[in-house]
Ligand binder design. Structure first.
Ligand code: NAI
Length: 215
């Protein structure tokens, strides 16, 4: 999407939260919301919300607020959730299987076509209806099936090898769960997930209840 000004990563990281809350409102049949009400729900200030959304065009109207369905649709488009992404998982252990088992990713457009592993005991098994294949076939499979997103749930020692396979077979984005800093070329987008960091933040809040500024 072409825009005059580039949007900061912090704003982009808030968009999924707006999208989620708007989806909840839609399901409750609420059609209109003010930035003040959105502020109460999300914990961001009303002016922050207006500023964030203004980055993408004037969605709201003074005195009216936002049309929930329209804003939800627009944010969905901005987030690229109005299409399907063919996705594969490398590493079909505990976490890889859990990710494959969660239907919500597929419902959001991230279609998991196959899992790949090097353990012969796992190859041929199915998670829901998704087959676990031999990692030796990964490169060929990606090329033949127009796969855009590669998930990494291997041990960290294998993560770079998998990232290299993803890079040379045309994957555009990696969702990396392995605790490894991947080296990839500039065109590849890597999104790292660290559940530990969230858990350690919880631990901080448990131990320092009032010692932080909410933003
Ligand atoms: P696991 O040992 O159950 O599964 C790993 C799987 O990867 C195994 O089936 C193994 O055969 C396979 N594997 C190893 N090398 C491979 C290769 N070169 N190609 C394809 N498959 C390969 O481990 P678990 O518990 O599922 O964890 C997986 C990864 O996720 C680990 O790196 C772990 O540290 C990480 N993790 C990250 C979390 C996060 O918040 N980011 C949370 C939990 C785990």
């Amino acid at each position: 999407m072409e825009r005059e000004n580039r949007v900061s990563i912090t704003v982009i990281r808030r968009l999924p939260k707006y999208y989620r809350y708007l989806g909840d409102l839609l399901r409750k049949g609420i059609n209109r919301i003010s930035s003040q009400e959105l502020s109460k729900m999300t914990g961001f200030t009303a002016s922050q919300i207006r500023q964030d959304l203004n980055n993408f065009g004037g969605f709201g109207q003074q005195g009216y607020g936002y049309n929930v369905e329209e804003l939800h649709d627009q944010l969905g488009k901005i987030l690229g959730l109005d299409r399907v992404y063919n996705t594969v998982i490398a590493g079909a252990g505990n976490l890889g299987q859990a990710v494959a088992n969660y239907k919500g990713f597929q419902d959001a457009g991230f279609k998991i076509l196959a899992l790949f592993d090097k353990n012969p005991k796992l190859i041929g098994l199915k998670i829901r209806d998704i087959e676990i294949r031999d990692v030796d076939e990964l490169e060929k499979y990606i090329k033949e099936n127009n796969v855009e997103i590669g998930i990494i749930t291997t041990p960290k020692e294998s993560a770079q090898d998998v990232a290299d396979i993803y890079s040379r077979s045309g994957i555009k984005g990696i969702w990396n769960f392995a605790p490894a800093d991947l080296r990839v070329d500039d065109e590849m987008i890597v999104e790292n997930v660290h559940l530990n960091e969230s858990l350690f933040t919880l631990s901080y809040f448990l131990n320092n209840k009032s010692d932080y500024i909410r933003d």
